[in-house]
Design a protein around this ligand. Structure first.
Ligand code: ARG
Length: 460
């Protein structure tokens, strides 16, 4: 079936039909399309275009179509141009002539915007729930080794000692921001476009505010031309997806490293790793590598729609039909990756000895020493110099921090008085980092409690 054709002398060619049809992918919007059309039928009744009886027939027919649509054979052999056309054909088959009125003053341009918004706001909620799952598991893992010390890195070089929970909380914050971004994406999508017509506004007095209420939208869009040419809400969603994947990808990269023989910090469960067809000893972190790999695909989805939209003349252009493939693809990859990451976290165990040793045997305490000198009165630049020379001397003579005694330190630099030697243990220096957001034991304990409370408020 077509929703147009009167002004044509012959039908579309087979190649054009094949090329332009979108049912293969936009069938995923069927639930949204039916919901939107039912609300539109109620609006047409309020506008005096449908009688109560006609509206009743249409709404009931749509309920039946919805129930049928969950069976795969529903779509078998369908040759409709898109999901909107298919839904109207099914309505005609069920409800007969009255179906001819459902599209009064409505355009597929606004309908596709409506359907996508309805779908997208559900999807935001689903992804937010999965994000909460990952965040909760990070907190769980933090509690399992709340006192473990690891070297924190900059430039992938050991920098300063931090608590293992402090490291995990950093990812908690990233995923929390992602949660907020999906809230924002949902908020932006949650505005009713219906009533915009093709581009100039509906020619019928439909009560837009009433439809908005009916469908649970926060309000109505303000300009019909904007609606017709707008995919910002899809881009906002794709951006939120992309940043989430970047965070997942960075966590994956960390853990691929941390679970390697070279690091030896983490043991990933058998259930999320795989072996080699040739090398019998291998246990590979494929789940994490795939999360990292899929992040590229999601970034590609954002890029794809950005490029599609750039330079389109006002208002609707058929190019915009291409938005759905990247939207669905991104949503699926993000939800799959969040689920996978949850399973990885569940399976992961920290072996606290190697990271503690890595911290103790390196010079992550250098900053602690320099800051202690500064606290004792040595200007910081001089303190930095003194500790720099101390580290250089240690490297030359092959000494680890624990190889120094208090007397030797003082002989090296008279500024190292009293208790400086205790700072050679990374645990000690962390005590000076009780600032909010820092890695001090108490600061991290309260950050953990605060994060738990914040997460509790997200899960509603
Ligand atoms: N399938 C189309 C899309 O996704 C619906 C809009 C069709 N509008 C048109 N003017 N051809 O964008």
């Amino acid at each position: 079936m077509k929703l147009w054709g009167g002004r044509f002398e012959s039908g579309p060619s087979a190649v054009f039909e094949r090329f332009s049809g979108s049912l293969d992918f936009d069938r995923r919007l069927i639930e949204a399309d039916i919901r939107g059309s039912q609300a539109f039928a109620r609006a047409l009744e309020r506008a005096g275009i449908l009688t109560a009886e006609e509206r009743g027939e249409i709404v009931t027919a749509f309920d039946q179509i919805r129930a049928e649509s969950v069976h795969p054979e529903f779509f078998a052999g369908a040759a409709d141009e898109d999901v909107h056309t298919l839904v109207i054909r099914k309505l005609k088959e069920r409800a007969g002539a009255v179906a001819d009125k459902i599209h009064t003053g409505r355009s597929r341009n606004e309908q596709v915007s409506l359907d996508t918004r309805l779908w997208l706001r559900e999807e935001c909620g689903d992804l937010q729930a999965l994000l909460c799952g990952v965040m909760g598991r990070l907190l769980g893992l933090a509690h399992m080794n709340s006192g473990a010390i690891i070297p924190g890195y900059t430039h992938l070089r050991r920098a300063q000692a931090v608590l293992w929970p402090h490291y995990l909380l950093a990812y908690f914050e990233m995923f929390h921001r992602d949660w907020e971004r999906f809230s924002e994406a949902r908020r932006r999508a949650n505005v009713l476009p219906l009533g915009s017509g093709a581009l100039a506004g509906s020619g019928f007095p439909i009560d837009r505010e009433a439809i908005a209420k009916d469908l649970g939208f926060d309000g109505i869009t303000r300009n019909s031309m904007d609606v017709s040419g707008d995919r910002d809400f899809a881009l906002d969603f794709l951006y939120a997806c992309t940043i989430t994947m970047i965070h997942l990808s960075r966590l994956a990269e960390d853990w691929i490293l941390y679970s390697s023989d070279e690091f030896g910090w983490l043991e990933l469960g058998d259930g999320v790793t795989s072996g080699s067809s040739l090398m019998p000893q291998k246990k590979n972190p494929d789940s994490l590598e795939l999360i990292r790999g899929k992040s590229g695909r999601v970034m590609g989805c954002l890029t794809s729609l950005l490029v599609t939209m750039k330079g389109l003349p006002m208002t609707y252009n058929r190019d915009m039909q291409e938005d759905k493939v990247p939207l669905f693809e991104a949503a699926d990859q993000v939800s799959g990756s969040l689920l996978m990451m949850s399973a990885v976290i569940d399976s992961t165990k920290l072996n606290p000895v190697p990271p503690a040793t890595a911290a103790a045997e390196s010079w992550v305490v250098a900053t602690d020493l320099a800051e202690a000198l500064a606290r004792a009165g040595t200007p910081f630049h001089q303190a930095h110099q003194i500790v720099g020379r101390f580290v250089l001397e240690s490297i030359r003579s092959g000494k680890k921090p624990s190889d120094w005694t208090a007397e030797e330190m003082q002989r090296f630099a008279p500024e190292f008085t009293g208790d400086f030697a205790v700072l050679l243990d990374p645990k000690q220096g962390m005590r000076s980092r009780e600032i909010p957001g820092g890695t001090g034991l108490l600061a991290v304990a309260s950050a953990l409690a605060e994060a738990k409370e914040r997460l509790g408020k997200l899960i509603v």
